[in-house]
Design a binder for this molecule. Structure first.
Ligand SMILES: Cc1cc2nc3c(=O)[nH]c(=O)nc-3n(C[C@H](O)[C@H](O)[C@H](O)COP(=O)(O)OP(=O)(O)OC[C@H]3O[C@@H](n4cnc5c(N)ncnc54)[C@H](O)[C@@H]3O)c2cc1C
Length: 306
C-alpha cells in the first residue's frame, strides 16, 4: 500500500498506519459504529502515544514540526484502511493556534493538542451554514472575561471533546459594513457552566456524533481569544483551507479503500469459469475509478497548505 513517491518521513508514517490498522482495522471501526460508540478511544490513544497528534505543531510545544503534506499522507493512509473519522479535523485547529494564537495561548493549549486532547470545532448555526457571515452567537467583553450566548449545530464530537474552537461575533452582523469584520475565535472548555448539548440524529454510519450546542451566558477568560478581537475571519480561513485539503485526503483514501475491495472481488468472483474481472465490462469502470483517484491524488499534491 505504501506509495512509491513518499519521502522517508512519509514512508515511516505509512508504516505506522499499516501497523496500527492491524489492531484497529475496519472491523474495529464498524463494531464501534454498530455499538453506538462515538469515539475510537483505543486507536486515538495509540496514535497519541506515538506522537502523531503533534505532527504539524512546532517542537517547542511538544510537536514534531512536520509538513502539511505529511499530515495528508497520515490521513490518507488511515482512510485507505477505512478507519478514518471526522474527529481528525482536530488537526486544523492546531494550525489556527500555531499561526494566530499569542504565546500564552500556545503554551496553554498546543502541548495538549500534541498529546492528543481532542478539540472540536463550533461554527455552524441554524441560520449560518455555508454563510458564516450570518453567525449570531455573541461574545461580549466583561472585564477579564467574555460572556457568550448563542447556539451551534452539527458539532462533531462536541460532548467527547475537552475543548472547542468557537466562532463568535463580537460585532453583530448588521453593525458592520464589511461582513468579514467583527468575528472572533475562542478556545472554550467544552464543559463550561452554561453549555448544554443535545445529540443530533444525523444519518451517517460512523463512530462519531454531532451535537446541537447551547451557550447561555458562558464565561470565557479573555486570554482565550485567538489573535485579535474582530479579526477572526482571516484566522478562520487559514484553518478552513487546511480542512478542505484534509477532507480531500480522507476522500481519496476512502476511494482507494473502496477500489481495492472492488478489485479483490473482481478477482475472486467466478461465474462462467473466469473471474468477473476478466471481462472488460468490469475492468473499465474499475480502471476509470483508478484514473480519477490518481488525478485527485495529483491535485492534492499541488496543494499549498497555509
Ligand atoms: C457529518 C457532519 C459533520 C459536521 N461537523 C461539523 C462540525 O464539527 N462543526 C461545525 O461547526 N459544523 C459541522 N457540520 C456542519 C457543516 O459545516 C454544514 O452542514 C455546512 O457548512 C453547510 O451548512 P448547511 O448544512 O446549513 O447548508 P446550507 O448552507 O443551508 O446549504 C444548503 C445547500 O445549498 C448549497 N449552497 C449554499 N450556498 C450556496 C451558494 N452561494 N451557491 C451555490 N450553492 C450554495 C450548499 O452547497 C448546500 O448544498 C457538519 C455537518 C455534517 C453533515
Amino acid at each position: 500500500m505504501i506509495e512509491m513517491d513518499y519521502t522517508s518521513d512519509q514512508q515511516s508514517i505509512a508504516a505506522f498506519v499499516n501497523k496500527l490498522a492491524k489492531t484497529y482495522d475496519r472491523a474495529y471501526w464498524v463494531r464501534k459504529a454498530e455499538n453506538n460508540e462515538y469515539f475510537l478511544h483505543e486507536m486515538w490513544d495509540e496514535i497519541a502515544k506515538n506522537g502523531y497528534f503533534g505532527m504539524v505543531i512546532p517542537e517547542e510545544y511538544g510537536g514534531s514540526n512536520l509538513r502539511y503534506s505529511d499530515l495528508i499522507v497520515f490521513l490518507e493512509e488511515l482512510a485507505k484502511h477505512g478507519i478514518i473519522t471526522l474527529h481528525f479535523i482536530s488537526f486544523f485547529m492546531d494550525c489556527i493556534l500555531v499561526m494566530h494564537g499569542d504565546e500564552k495561548l500556545k503554551r496553554n493549549f498546543l502541548p495538549k493538542m500534541s498529546s492528543g486532547t481532542y478539540f472540536s470545532f463550533a461554527i455552524t448555526e441554524p441560520n449560518a451554514g455555508s454563510n458564516t457571515f450570518e453567525i449570531t452567537t455573541r461574545a461580549v467583553r466583561d472585564g477579564d472575561f467574555y460572556r457568550i450566548t448563542g447556539q451551534k449545530l452539527f458539532m462533531t464530537g462536541g460532548d467527547e471533546s475537552e475543548y472547542m474552537v468557537l466562532v463568535t461575533r463580537t460585532i453583530p452582523h448588521d453593525e458592520v459594513d464589511d461582513k468579514r469584520s467583527g468575528l472572533s475565535l475562542f478556545v472554550v472548555d467544552s464543559h463550561s457552566d452554561g453549555i448544554t448539548m443535545q445529540p443530533q440524529d444525523v444519518e451517517v454510519f460512523t463512530p462519531e456524533r454531532q451535537y446541537t450546542v447551547f451557550f447561555d451566558d458562558v464565561k470565557v477568560p479573555a486570554e482565550n481569544i485567538i489573535g485579535e478581537e474582530n479579526k477572526g475571519f482571516d484566522y478562520l480561513f487559514d484553518g478552513l483551507n487546511l480542512e478542505r485539503i484534509v477532507i480531500a485526503a480522507y476522500s481519496i483514501g476512502l476511494g482507494k479503500y473502496a477500489l481495492e475491495k472492488g478489485i479483490k472481488y473482481a478477482k475472486e468472483r467466478n461465474i462462467f469459469g473466469d473471474p468477473i474481472g476478466a471481462y472488460q465490462a468490469v475492468q473499465h469502470p474499475l480502471t476509470r475509478a483508478y484514473i480519477k483517484l490518481h488525478l485527485a491524488s495529483l491535485a492534492i499534491k499541488l496543494q499549498q497548505g497555509p
